[in-house]
Write a protein that binds this ligand. Sequence first.
Ligand SMILES: CC(C)(COP(=O)(O)OP(=O)(O)OC[C@H]1O[C@@H](n2cnc3c(N)ncnc32)[C@H](O)[C@@H]1OP(=O)(O)O)[C@@H](O)C(=O)NCCC(=O)NCCS
Length: 173
Amino acid sequence: MTIEPITTITNDQLDQLATLLHACVHTGASVSFVLPFEHEDAKQWWLTKVAPQITQGNRILIAATQNHQIAGAVQLLLDTPPNQPHRADVAKLLVHPDARRQGIARSLMLELEQQATNHNRTLLTLDTVTGSHAQALYEDLGYHQAGIIPGYALNSTSTSFEPTTILYKHLGS
Ligand SMILES: CC(C)(COP(=O)(O)OP(=O)(O)OC[C@H]1O[C@@H](n2cnc3c(N)ncnc32)[C@H](O)[C@@H]1OP(=O)(O)O)[C@@H](O)C(=O)NCCC(=O)NCCS
């Protein structure tokens, strides 16, 4: 398995990233999208929202590749306001349902923290569905809870609103 940043998304990678996001949403991940959510919707999101920001240097996309397929990804959002030059957001940690519980998310997060350090970012912030597997991972990696917002977002089937937990980590402390 390789874990490395993607600086330009090729057509092949675009297709694989769309497959990854599509599979996660269709297995219940609460990552901004609701059903119905087609492969083409996923592709358009990577193409229109993510790729331009990578080109502008506002976003770092890190991918985990296994057997020539992207099995996981995470993003570091660097486009913070002028008074927060030391902070970055963590977004869209995704591991394909067929590749879970192998340590891929943990490896992605460690590489993300290295990239944050390389970009002089010492404070990482994120939010995740309260009580999710992802929350357990973040807390194991040393992220602290800042609080919970009830009724924050719809679940992927639009049947209920779920709370989110805000987490943060000061790197190097
Ligand atoms: C959350 C997610 C990224 C974890 O990916 P993964 O590669 O399976 O995670 P890892 O194998 O690296 O596991 C790391 C830790 O996460 C926690 N964890 C992950 N999956 C878990 C599960 N099914 N049950 C309990 N704990 C779990 C555990 O603490 C685990 O550590 P351990 O293996 O030492 O017990 C993956 O389940 C996923 O993509 N979910 C859907 C998308 C999502 O919710 N993303 C989070 C957005 S904020």
